[in-house]
Structures are given as C-alpha cells and as structure tokens.
Design a protein around this ligand. Structure first.
Ligand SMILES: *Cc1c(COP(=O)(O)O)cnc(C)c1O
Length: 418
C-alpha cells in the first residue's frame, strides 16, 4: 500500500536532504505512525478487562523501536535468546516477555530463566520435563490440526511444526499442574498477514471454548488467552485494510459471553508484529544503473539483503520514485546486485521513467524487512533511521561493513589431529 499521506508529507520533501546526510540505502521508520497504529489497537480492545499486545520482536528487532513499544505499554513476543536479551536491555520486565520458542534448547531455557524469567510458552508436551525449574505460570502453544485451515504464508496447521496437538492439550496442562504450575495461559498462532478479521475472531472463539473444556476437566482457571500475531496489512494499493474496529467489537463480545458463563474474564494477549510497524517503514535506495536487454532493468544500491520478501515470497512492495509522480511511465524490473536472479524488488512493474540518481522508496518495509536480510554473496545490510515526531531523524542502526562479515574469521587456531 502507498504509505500514509501523513508519512509521505513529512518524509518526501526531506528525502534528498536525508539521503545526502546518511547516504542510501537505508530503511526509515515513522515513530508517529507506529504510535498511531499502536493506539488504534489498544482502542479496539478498550472494553476488555485486560488487553496486552506483545510486539513480535522478530518483525523489527531494534532497541529504539522496542522502546517505543514499551512506552506504549506493550510487552514483547520473543522466540530466541537474542530477542529476549534485546527486550531486557530496554527494560522489559518478566511480565512483559512472552517466550514462544520452538525446538527449545537448554540454552533457551537458561536464558528464559534469567533476570526473573518470563512467561514461558511451551511448544510441546515433552518440554514440561525439560524445563529446569517449572515456573508457576505456564502457557502452551496449541495447534488445532485439522480443526482449522491456515493461510498461504503460514500453511496448514497439520503440517506445521508448532504447538501441542488437540489430543495432547488436556494432558499437557494436567502434567504441568502435577509438576506444580498454578497459573495458566494458552496461546496459538495460526495466520500470517491475514486481512480477514473474522479469522482472528474464530481463533479467539476457539481458544475460549478450549479453555472452558480444559478448566472443567482439570479444575483450573486461565489468566489469559493469546491469539498470536498475523494481522495483515494491504501491501498492494486498493486492497482494503483489516477492519480492526469490527475485530475488537466481535472479540469483546465473545469475552463478555465467556464472562457471563464462567464468572470471570481472562486477559486477551496478542502478538502482532507486521500490523504495528509494517506500513511505517520504507527502504530508500538510489538508482545506479539502467540496463536495456530483453527487459529494462533498473539497478539500485540496495539488494535483497535489505528486503527478502519479494525474492522469497514473490511479495509485492509498492514503489514510488521521488519527484516523478504522474510522469511518463515504463515497465521495468527493479534489481539489486546479488548473483541471484530473484534479487528483484519489482518484476515487470509500471513505474515512472527512472534515471541514475533517482531515489526510489520501497514501501511497507517496517516488519520482516531488514530483520530477514542475509549476507549471501557478502552483501551487507543497510542502516536504519527513525523519523521522530519532532521532525528529527536519528540513526538507530549503522550499516554493516565488510569487517563485520570478517569478524568470525578471527579466532584462535583450533585443529584436531585424527
Ligand atoms: C512471527 C510471529 C508473530 C508475528 O507475526 P506477524 O505476522 O508479524 O504479526 C507472532 N507470534 C509468533 C509466535 C510468531 O512466530
């Protein structure tokens, strides 16, 4: 989707100056936009007894961004040691941390237990016996199997490696209870980039009815249900946005019904990543080469190390060329410099006629953008900037250097004679 008019109005007039000062390529995020979306999410669930968003750190793992989330009262959904550490560094407390690992190692558990712990979300029934010290609050990730269909990005639940199966779920809580757990939550994550809000309503309904069943069998209460992330954003122009307000109303109604039937209302947790930051970031890159062979290629100074989604999922990211709106157009492929033919930001896209030196704004890169980047071919990831509400720009991560790539080549000699 084209970025919001507000972000565009603040960013585009300053882009030449920003590009001159910092050099392209860079991702630049809009703090005001991120806060606006965060507040909309809170507003949608304001009638619930308790709602908390745990921002999915993997979507945009940068301490400055996480600090904005903390400031909005959000927690953090972490799935690795690095994500837990980064969240703790910016002041996340144990209640702020939901640790949703899978194929969990002892190192993961050790990190999870540090500094007062976190909300431990176990991915399998077998892990109850592997947690070094079982905390009093335990959550399981539930995989409903054939009871639900997934979506294109995430796939079918029956083929997903995640979670505890329906057949095992009651037994999982029974074992946790036997081992001393006294507080309980439940989690699931079934969709990715889902624009139909009803899918999330069905997920809430599924978990509320499941906890009713488990509660009856084991005589326990659930403190929260976590319906996961996966709220979608429209990457293409003219695709309607997810109806957050309708989603909030429908889920709130389910909670009120649950409360009437059960005499208490659990908290609703959510762990959106893409929805919160996705639309509020762009990748800014300069055209450096124009090549006419069987197709016209516009070579830019960024490559898929900065944004994998087009190459990996054939994903559409809207592109605008600064100062060329409404001009003459042509059909081109926009490409990076990797020796991989899927290193393309756009394929056969109608864009204004681009010349060397033009600045391209590749949109919706605020989630799963730089975070997914890789160093294949020795390509370096670009810097990250933050546009702050008081009209200043701040560097929030420097670009990688070749020395960073070579850092792992400096080590002590270590040979094994066989
Ligand atoms: C990736 C992920 C999320 C966030 O997904 P979005 O599509 O960015 O909202 C949330 N929870 C878990 C467990 C995830 O793996």
């Amino acid at each position: 989707m084209p970025i919001s008019q507000s972000y565009k109005n603040r960013l585009f007039p300053a882009l030449r100056q920003i590009a001159h000062h910092y050099q392209t390529p860079f991702h630049i995020y809009d703090e005001a936009g991120i806060r606006e979306t965060g507040n909309k999410l809170k507003e949608a669930f304001k009638d619930l007894a308790s709602f908390k968003e745990f921002y999915a750190v993997k979507a945009l793992p940068n301490p400055k961004i996480l600090s904005i989330m903390k400031d909005m009262g959000f927690g953090f959904d972490c799935s690795s040691v690095a994500e837990l550490r980064m969240s703790r560094e910016i002041g996340a407390t144990p209640e702020d941390l939901m640790f949703t690992s899978n194929n969990t190692s002892q190192t993961d558990f050790d990190e999870a237990a540090l500094a007062g712990g976190c909300i431990l979300n176990l991915d399998d029934i077998s892990l109850i016996d592997k947690v070094p010290v079982l905390p009093e609050l335990i959550c399981f990730r539930y995989n409903p199997g054939a009871k639900r269909t997934g979506n294109d990005i995430i796939g079918k639940p029956t083929e997903a490696k995640y979670g505890v199966s329906h057949e095992q779920i009651v037994e999982a809580y029974r074992r946790a209870q036997q081992k001393g757990a006294t507080r309980f939550g439940i989690h699931t994550m079934l969709a990715s980039n889902e624009l139909n809000y009803e899918y999330m309503v069905q997920t809430a309904e599924m978990l509320l009815s499941l906890i009713t069943e488990i509660s009856q069998k084991l005589n326990i209460r659930f403190e929260f249900i976590n319906i996961g992330g996966g709220l979608g954003i429209p990457y293409k122009p003219d695709v309607p946005e997810l109806d957050l307000k309708a989603m909030g109303e429908a889920i709130t109604a389910l909670f009120k019904d649950f409360s009437k039937a059960n005499g208490y209302e659990p908290a609703l947790y959510m762990e959106s990543g893409r929805f919160i930051t996705g639309p509020h970031g762009v990748l800014v890159t300069t055209a450096i080469n124009r090549k006419n062979i069987y197709r016209t290629y516009i070579g830019v100074d960024a490559s898929m190390s900065a944004l994998m989604r087009p190459g990996m999922y054939d994903a559409y990211h809207h592109i605008e060329v600064v100062g060329k709106e409404g001009g003459e157009t042509e059909i081109v492929d926009v490409v990076g410099s990797l020796c991989e033919n899927n290193d393309k930001f756009a394929v056969q896209r109608e864009l204004p006629v681009i010349e060397d030196g033009d600045i391209l704004v590749i949109q919706d890169t605020g989630a799963h953008g730089i975070a997914m980047g890789f160093n294949y071919n020795g390509n370096l990831r670009p810097k990250e900037l933050l546009l702050k509400p008081e009209a200043t720009v701040e560097l929030i991560r420097r670009e990688e250097t070749v020395d960073d790539l070579f850092a792992t080549l400096h080590f002590e000699h270590n040979a094994l004679v066989l």
